[in-house]
Ligand binder design. Structure first.
Ligand SMILES: Cc1ncc(COP(=O)(O)O)c(C=O)c1O
Length: 467
């Protein structure tokens, strides 16, 4: 074992990166990049507002809010102070048959923000655990209410819902699942709402496309047998594949279908909650009432880990009686420090009117990115709020995408690194068709949008020569 050298901010000093390459197992990371000396692991040492710095002193604009988390920006002393205060007062106590004030206050605040009768909050440490909890709750709820065979879940192609076996089973990315099969064997997939890739007959009618996509859910319920289906899981705006917004009427129709077959509707708002698209919860924007919301990430702006599932009174009802309990929990669920940070984060939302800022600026963000449509590689710009994707195509006229070798050369070989080297941290993703995703901190304004657009533009112009 080697001991980490003291960190030194000296350009050219790559000891920290070398130690990372020797000992740190990075998530979802192709380590061969570093084994074969094709560059060093970027070491991020500092953040301030929408900017981050690496250990070589270089500054980047954070176009992904860390990982869709840092809503109110980096380097906030108010959030750090809230964490320190709570750690001094009560650093840890579980919410297993006991409570502490911050978990109680946060549960009340989340219930207040969630629509309708979503009044019961079950805390987790992150989004995947919230999804896992929601599936287990759905199964137990139906067992307690006389429909014990309802257990399957319907979710959408390409959607990412987390890494625990259940959440991974709900995930619609075969590449993320193949090494862990067999997974929980009752996850059923339906089409997502990528309008840019809609079947030809719906390509010019978004509403008709939405109804088509919703009907695929009905079809899946009927194929599986409604008496076996417990829940539909979907993100109001789907991240993976590149920010697929719900077509008009889609979510209403899904809600109707769920009601008709007594299937629970779970809105996985791990990314979309807490201002990402200008509301505390995206379902508020689209006017749909889910039975469960799962959320995480932006709840604390990333200053401490936290997640939650927020559940309707109807679902909690059978747990109020007799010897029944939900046999499920996490040590870190409702952690006092995370809860205190979340409360302060939401207080910042109030003080600085973060939601209004996003609503007031999302149009400008979108229009700025739409300037990129003049480039030959840019096929589509889409999204909502501060959550946008730029889909890259080989041929704009036909919407033809890249083959495997081109994707490898363009996305994995060039784009991510070139964007970063040019001062923009964001995501170049090809789990569906290739997209660049931008989801900056919610405090960003036009100057930041311009900065991101300029970097993406230069890098995409450079990419044209690679094809
Ligand atoms: C929609 C969605 N669900 C679940 C998860 C998993 O969250 P976590 O990584 O906190 O477990 C993610 C993570 O990005 C997500 O985007």
């Amino acid at each position: 074992m080697t001991i980490s050298p003291q960190f030194v901010t000296e350009p050219g000093d790559d000891r920290m990166a070398s130690t990372a390459e020797r000992h740190l197992w990075m998530h979802f990371t192709r380590h061969s990049t570093y084994e074969t000396g094709q560059g060093h692991v970027p070491i991020i040492v500092k953040g301030d507002g929408p900017y981050i710095w690496d250990d070589q002193g270089r500054r980047y604009i954070d176009g992904l809010s860390g990982l869709f988390t840092v809503q109110v920006g980096h380097g906030r002393k108010d959030l750090a102070a809230a964490a320190a205060r709570q750690a001094e007062e009560l650093a840890f106590f579980p919410v297993w048959s006991y409570a502490h004030p911050r978990a109680v206050e946060l549960a009340e605040r989340l219930a207040h923000e969630a629509p309708g009768d979503l009044n019961r909050v079950f805390f987790t440490s992150g989004g995947g655990e919230a999804v896992e909890s929601a599936w287990k709750l759905a199964k137990q709820f139906f067992k307690l209410t006389g429909k014990p065979t309802k257990h399957k879940v319907i979710s959408r192609s390409l959607a990412y819902h987390g890494t625990p076996h259940g959440a991974l089973s709900i995930t619609g990315l075969p590449g993320a699942k193949e090494f862990f099969e067999p997974l929980v064997p009752t996850g059923v997939k339906v089409p997502n709402t990528n309008f840019y890739r809609a079947p030809e007959e719906y390509r010019y009618d978004e509403k008709a496309f939405g109804l088509y996509a919703a009907e695929r859910i009905r079809e899946a319920i009927e194929f599986e047998g409604a008496n076996t289906v417990a829940a539909v899981f979907l993100e109001p705006v789907q991240n993976s594949g590149g920010c697929f917004t719900p077509p008009p009427g889609y979510l209403d129709r899904v809600r109707e279908i769920c009601d008709e077959y007594d299937v629970l509707l779970v809105a996985d708002e791990t990314i979309t909650a807490f201002g990402r698209i200008g509301e505390m919860f995206a379902v508020n924007r689209y006017g749909v009432q889910p039975d469960i919301i799962t959320c995480a990430k932006g709840m604390t702006s990333g200053y401490a880990p936290a997640g939650a599932m927020i559940v309707s009174d109807r679902l909690f009802e059978p747990f109020r009686h007799g010897t029944t309990s939900f046999q499920h929990g996490y040590t870190w669920g409702g952690h006092p420090v995370s809860s205190a940070v979340a409360l302060e984060n939401l207080a910042i939302f109030d003080r600085e009117d973060i939601l209004a800022h996003v609503r007031g600026n999302e149009g400008a963000f979108r229009r700025t990115l739409e300037r990129l449509l003049e480039l030959p590689l840019v096929g589509d710009v889409r999204g909502a709020g501060y959550f946008c994707a730029i889909e890259l195509v080989r041929d704009k006229a036909t919407r033809e995408t890249f083959d495997e070798a081109e994707s490898e050369r363009l996305l994995r070989g060039y784009l991510s690194k070139a964007l970063f080297d040019n001062g923009l941290y964001c995501r170049a993703d090809d789990r569906g068709d290739p997209v660049i995703q931008l989801a900056p901190p919610l405090i960003c304004d036009q100057s930041h949008f311009d900065e991101m657009e300029q970097i993406v533009r230069e890098v995409l112009i450079g990419a044209e020569t690679l094809l």
